[in-house]
Design a binder for this molecule. Structure first.
Ligand code: ADP
Length: 349
């Protein structure tokens, strides 16, 4: 089972390349839907920084994947009138990997380090002086003749994005001037994102309910909502084109195993393991992961946040537990087949 292939996976897949097209990614703060508090904080920080001709403060964004962290980094650069450079924690193995980018950056440029919780300790220590005093140290020559040379950088903004703020060292976290947790989006906000995307993709909805239906199944995540839109568009095209009807949207998503709440086979397998094997819990994440044959980190990043959000799952000191809301998921609920399928192997993602 490879989770990034799930239709509702919030992780980017190759089909999402299209989403990086400048047309679909909002480029200005006022085009960015939702996250009102973050937008307010950023617009003040950006304006203040511009007034002082300084870079914006270092920003730490955390929250589940697909909620707009990368988009925000590009927007900050755009609003500051500077450029954004993008790298990720696992891509950086030693401090020297960053030298090229850091020394090339111009005043006010933005450096986005995605998955910053996976930054090796050596790189982390390397970026402390870069963040605090805009300088880095090079070691020239080796052994007895080693010399440390300090290089001054142009003042820049580091944006760290992470799905696991808890894994960041306190030392690193404290070096960010602003830290913000991104929230899941409301169905209404996702509806607005769909309206904008549909316009750009030259798509029409036959009924507003068709748009609502996709928004409601996108588990609060813009990346999923745009991906579902593409699947529905393909389905509608193959079925003869024309505006997207409720029927086409719901058939297309049912075909992909996405139910009315946006739960997919992996979510349902997770719930079923907890319900059937662990008697509704509490059970440890590692145990659930082992039973499912999934990676615990993947479950924690892409399955659990949404189940917690919709109140089906509770995380207690003893482990994960299903809430009483699960008993309301009877046969009339599209999530009902949950209890009729037979075991985790039915998951086809
Ligand atoms: P993350 O970095 O958190 O994984 P991204 O910034 O890559 O997420 O966003 C995923 C996709 O969702 C992108 O195509 C982006 O354009 C879109 N998106 C995210 N947030 C918004 C938003 N608030 N409004 C419109 N589109 C959004």
């Amino acid at each position: 089972m490879s989770s990034p292939d799930r239709l509702v996976s919030p992780l980017a897949d190759s089909g999402d390349v299209a989403e990086t097209s400048p047309a679909l990614r909002p480029t200005r703060l006022d085009e960015f839907v939702g996250q009102a508090q973050l937008k307010a904080r950023l617009s003040i920080a950006i304006e203040a920084a511009k007034g002082r001709t300084e870079p914006m403060e270092h920003l730490l964004l955390h929250g589940p994947p697909g909620l707009g962290k990368t988009t925000i980094a590009h927007i900050v650069a755009e609003e500051m009138g500077t450029r954004a450079y993008v790298t990720s924690g696992p891509a950086l193995t030693k401090g020297a990997d960053l030298v090229g980018t850091l020394t090339r950056m111009q005043p006010g440029d933005v450096l986005l380090i995605d998955e910053i919780h996976r930054l090796p300790a050596a790189v982390e220590e390397y970026i402390y002086p870069a963040m605090e005093d805009f300088k880095i140290d090079f070691t020239l020559d080796g052994g007895m003749h080693a010399r440390v040379v300090t290089y001054r950088l142009k003042p820049f903004t580091l944006i760290g994005a992470t799905t696991r703020a808890g894994l960041l060292t306190a030392a690193l976290r404290s070096r960010f001037g602003i830290a913000h947790r991104l929230e899941f989006y409301s169905t209404e906000e996702l509806g607005q994102i769909l309206t904008r995307a549909a316009k750009q993709l030259d798509l029409q909805f036959a009924e507003d309910e068709a748009r609502q239906l996709i928004a409601a199944r996108s588990r609060g995540t813009p990346r999923i909502c745009l991906r579902l839109l593409r699947r529905v568009r393909d389905f509608a095209e193959v079925r003869g084109g024309g505006p997207i009807t409720v029927e086409a949207a719901s058939e297309a998503l049912a075909l992909e195993g996405v139910d009315a709440q946006g739960l997919d086979p992996l979510d349902r397998a997770y719930i079923r393991v907890l319900a059937d094997v662990y008697d509704n819990g509490p059970a440890g994440l590692e145990a659930i992961a082992a039973t499912l044959g999934e990676d615990a980190g993947t479950l924690e990043d892409v399955v659990e946040p949404f189940l917690l959000q919709i109140g089906l799952l509770a995380r207690t000191r003893q482990g994960r537990r299903l809430t009483s809301a699960i008993t309301e998921m009877d046969g009339t609920n599209p999530a009902g087949p949950l209890f009729e399928e037979s075991g985790p192997s039915t998951s086809d993602s």
